[in-house]
Design a protein around this ligand. Structure first.
Ligand SMILES: [Zn+2]
Length: 125
C-alpha cells in the first residue's frame, strides 16, 4: 500500500514517452517565450559591439613630455575640440584627468581671445 504512490509526475512521464513524438519535430533548443533579437531601451547583457578603433589609451601629454598645453597654441588645442567647437570628453580623447583639466582651461582661455571657436558658426576655415 505504501509502495505505490500515485504521483502525477510518473503519470505524465509515462504519457509523454508513450506518445512518441516524431524526432526533431518539436525540439527547439532556443524556444524561449518570445525572445526578441535586439530589445529596446533596456539593454540586457548581450554581446555589445565594441568600438572598432580604440586608439591612444594613454594621455598624449603624459607620453610626450615636451608637448605643452598652452592657450596661445590653438594647433595643439584643436585636437581636443570637435568640428562644432565642443571640447572632446576625456573618454574619447584619452587624456588623464589632470591634463584634461589643463586642456579645458586652455581651450576656454583661447576662446576668449578668439583663437578657438565657441560655437559652430564661429568656426573659420
Ligand atoms: Zn596626462
Amino acid at each position: 500500500m505504501s509502495d505505490e504512490r500515485p504521483t502525477t509526475t510518473t503519470t505524465t512521464t509515462t504519457t509523454t514517452s508513450s506518445y512518441q513524438r516524431p524526432a526533431g519535430a518539436g525540439q527547439r533548443p532556443t524556444g524561449g517565450p518570445g525572445q526578441r533579437p535586439s530589445g529596446g531601451p533596456g539593454g540586457q547583457g548581450g554581446p555589445r559591439k565594441r568600438r572598432p578603433f580604440q586608439r591612444r589609451k594613454v594621455c598624449r601629454f603624459c607620453a610626450e613630455k615636451n608637448l605643452t598645453i598652452d592657450y596661445k597654441e590653438p594647433r595643439t588645442l584643436r585636437f581636443f575640440i570637435t568640428e562644432r567647437g565642443k571640447i572632446v570628453p576625456r573618454r574619447i580623447s584619452g587624456n588623464c584627468a589632470a591634463h584634461q583639466r589643463h586642456i579645458t582651461e586652455a581651450i576656454k582661455r583661447a576662446r576668449n581671445i578668439a583663437l578657438l571657436p565657441i560655437a559652430a558658426n564661429h568656426a573659420v576655415s
